[in-house]
Design a protein around this ligand. Sequence first.
Ligand code: 3PG
Length: 306
Amino acid sequence: MTKVLIATEKPFAAEAIPQIKKVIESAGFEMILLEKYSDKSELLTAVADVDAIIIRSDKITEEVIAAAKNLKIVVRAGAGYDNVDLAAATAAGVTVMNTPGQNSNAVAELAVGLMVMMARGFYNGKAGTELKDRTIGIHAYGNVGRYVGQIAKGFGMKVYAFDPFLTKEAIEKDGVIAVDSAEELYAKCQYISLHIPANDKTKESIGYDILSKMPKGAVLVNTARKEVIHEAEMIKLMEDRNDFSYISDIAPVNKDIFAEKFEGRFFFTPKKMGAQTLEANVNAGVAGAEQIAAFINNGDSTYKVN
Ligand code: 3PG
């Protein structure tokens, strides 16, 4: 029987599991659950005889792929697949998919929620500021970026976006102002919400030069990946500008330096929690199971990324 492993170091909400299981069993497959594993060896053992794996930010390395002799497909229940060694998967004939859009609203709500928290001084009782009439720049206008734009418009913010892969028309049909470059976006916007993927081109791409273009009271909100920030340059910038704040969904490597130097100007979630909602977990988990069923039973490779 086809075996589908759900390998989630950070588990889906408990209520999502029966819904995912139902899809897997309706397709005629068996579901195996490996949650909250603390050591890579547990993953290596669990993958040994499975045909398919559903993961979140779990690392699917060359070693994991080599240990999974029957593996045909890995579905990253979520958007970013920088945690999967695509070259190793391709070399082993393993299809890799993501589930675009399924957890995007959750991430967008967190991004805007974090902006409110920063604007209100972490709810410390003192006078803060409002988001209304402020400028926000959405860096990469994909599924999460679109939701951030919608929510920000609801707050009365002036919404700009830059996306190198989209035409201006595609962005402006949503009533969002498209700009010609990332530099222009950062120069125009007090808030920047970051939604670029982490890859060889984008890692450490957000550094001193571009961030220093942001206007007074700048707030960078990163619900993308910590790896896209050049941390040493970010620290230098925050030393040079005491009006600059940084919010990140998952702490940077140098979090202790931020704590020591920039009190009140940063916030980091203890564990990546953008997609940590019941709705996002159900949507992404069920979509992952459906995609595996369609791939194995009908050869449907929609959402294949390798
Ligand atoms: C994603 O890329 O979909 C998000 O970063 C969510 O990641 P998570 O499933 O590990 O929470």
